[in-house]
Ligand binder design. Structure first.
Ligand SMILES: [Zn+2]
Length: 423
């Protein structure tokens, strides 16, 4: 049988995407997860007849700078304009933020005369701790509904997208900062160069920038493919991060490994010309670790797609067996990552009857695309499912503790990532 091949001309046309950072053509697939709807939209019953748009989740790795990235299929305005994610709902995350604020205040001697700016400040989940310490601060948050909650809490918040334009406005008003921070925002920036340039503009000459984001090395090692979704345009290694910072006149002087979001890093940077911040060798150690894993070669990115496919086979096999045995399966949580996992694996409410979530915003609504209903967590006690699939696996210990009562009826927990485990 003859195989169809594309004429050379068409093959060349297929390379239409350019790297978000360096502009090189993107040709190498990191993983192709098929099509998925926007993960942080939770339709209500009344929305069902309108249908939903599915976008490709095809991830490339740039062979020049090794930035792993998705194309911007939907504009950031559409995704983040009315964002459903309220950071304040996880206890362990709040503790993490409080510790961060204490640490920064001590290490960089922040006080009543300092100024802290957080980009993508959400509902004021973090800045509230600086407010308690009386450190002047400002949040920048594009989602109006989320910013409103912050303002009500007493966290001054600008409802804007961040970039060089806003940074120059603030700098012109004399509002450059001693500490600029961005937690889990770098991945969500479509115009990466404008954003990082803006961060530099906003820094005082000896100011410090800290950025936290999931570490690409961990994403690969721990098979965290479900953290790939449309809201996350880029996935960073330390190698690539240092390059991006350098291109904008910033130097990375320290890095810490964090447990949050399945393995994140906190990068500390300052202006090139700054002299006060001491270089920590952990930066070089982490880069060496990445080189050892091959992240400085295109081959280092092969193999991920294969392990992702293995996970799908194992999870679907488990759910089909449970269905055949007449066991009931519910989910816990409705995080963005559940959308990627369920769509890539082709799982609907025939295999997972419902899920529950602590966020009142999501209760009574449905997961996008597959319309698995989202209930209040009490539903689990009422229906006594045989299995509970934990979608936010990064909070698994906390969730297992909250749900210990499922043991009363012999209920068991299912973790889909890094590989399917039942306990
Ligand atoms: Zn590139």
């Amino acid at each position: 049988m003859a195989t169809m091949t594309l004429p050379a001309e068409t093959q060349q046309q297929a390379v239409t995407q350019r790297c978000r950072f360096c502009g090189a053509g993107l040709q190498r697939t990191f993983v192709d997860l098929g099509l998925s709807p926007l993960c942080e939209t939770y339709p209500a019953l009344a929305d069902f007849n309108r249908g939903e748009t599915y976008y490709p989740l095809h991830v490339y790795v740039c062979e020049n700078c090794f930035l792993v990235q998705l194309e911007e299929y939907e504009s950031a305005e559409n995704i983040f304009g009315d964002y459903a994610y309220f950071s304040s709902y996880s206890d362990s995350w709040l503790k993490h933020c409080e510790d961060y604020c204490n640490k920064m205040a001590t290490r960089f001697r922040l006080n009543e005369r300092s100024f802290v700016v957080e980009v993508a400040s959400n509902d004021g989940y973090l800045l509230q701790y600086f407010a308690r310490q009386k450190v002047p601060m400002l949040g920048i948050e594009p989602a109006a509904n989320v910013a409103k909650v912050a303002i009500e809490k007493g966290v001054p918040t600008l409802v804007r997208f961040f970039g060089t334009e806003l940074a120059r406005e603030l700098a012109a008003e004399g509002r450059c900062a001693d500490l600029v921070l961005g937690n889990n925002v770098l991945a969500q920036v479509p115009d990466l160069n404008d954003f990082v340039e803006g961060l530099k503009i906003l820094l005082k000459p000896e100011g410090v920038l800290t950025l936290e984001f999931p570490h690409l090395l961990k994403l690969i090692e721990l098979n965290e493919f479900d953290t790939i979704y449309h809201e996350h345009y880029s996935y960073f290694s330390m190698l690539t991060t240092v390059r991006i910072m350098q291109a904008h006149g910033l130097k990375v002087f320290d890095v810490e490994k964090l447990k949050s979001h399945g393995g994140s890093i906190r990068v500390y940077a300052c202006r090139d010309e700054s002299r006060t911040h001491k270089f920590n060798p952990t930066v070089e150690e982490l880069i060496a670790e990445e080189r050892k894993a091959g992240l400085d070669t295109p081959e280092g990115y092969e193999g991920f797609a294969r392990q992702v496919k293995q996970t799908k086979i194992a999870l679907v096999e488990f759910l089909l067996t449970a269905a055949r045995q007449g066991k009931s399966v519910a989910g816990y949580g409705a995080p963005g990552k559940s959308a990627t996992l369920l769509h890539y694996c082709g799982i609907g409410k025939d295999l997972i009857e419902y899920t529950v979530d602590r966020s009142p915003y999501k209760q009574g609504r449905f997961l996008p695309g597959n319309h698995i209903p989202i209930f209040h967590p009490d539903r689990i006690r009422e229906t006594k499912p045989d299995y509970v699939v934990i979608f936010p696996w990064n909070l698994k210990e906390e969730i297992k503790q909250q749900l210990q009562f499922i043991r009363e009826w012999g209920g068991r927990f299912v973790l889909p990532i890094p590989k399917v485990t039942v306990d």
